[in-house]
Write a protein that binds this ligand. Structure first.
Ligand code: HEC
Length: 91
């Protein structure tokens, strides 16, 4: 009995960890945009680009491959897909 509970707990934990990587979350992206990007960027500024392109550009900025006015916090990498989903949807 105890063992079943342990297995179920582990399974639920794994699902929670896997979640963010599986699906981009535009609402989460909006929250990060409002917090870290809205000062300089309009929400619809990148709406003509695909989510994949936006995500790549954000990662290139983080990697120093694309010049950017402000150094982005490395933690932005964790929400790059979410930001991209938000921007690509038109903000
Ligand atoms: C201090 C102002 C400032 C902040 C804060 C800022 N940016 Fe920028 N960003 C700029 C400027 C200026 C440019 C270049 C002109 C433009 O495309 O708007 C730029 C360009 C970009 C580009 C296009 C780069 C290219 O060459 O195609 C992306 C993508 C981008 N920013 C993402 C972000 C994201 C995501 C955030 C928040 C995590 C952010 N920026 C925060 C000023 C800022």
């Amino acid at each position: 009995m105890k063992r079943n509970i342990l297995v179920a707990t582990l399974a639920a934990g794994t699902l929670m960890l896997a979640g963010p990587a599986l699906a981009a979350d535009a609402a989460k992206g909006k929250a990060k945009h409002d917090e870290a990007c809205a000062e300089c960027h309009e929400a619809d500024e990148f709406a003509d680009l695909s989510a994949a392109d936006i995500e790549k550009t954000i990662k290139d900025i983080l990697a120093g491959k694309v010049k950017h006015k402000e150094k982005l916090d490395p933690s932005i990498a964790d929400v790059a897909a979410d930001l991209a989903a938000f921007y690509a949807s038109g903000g």
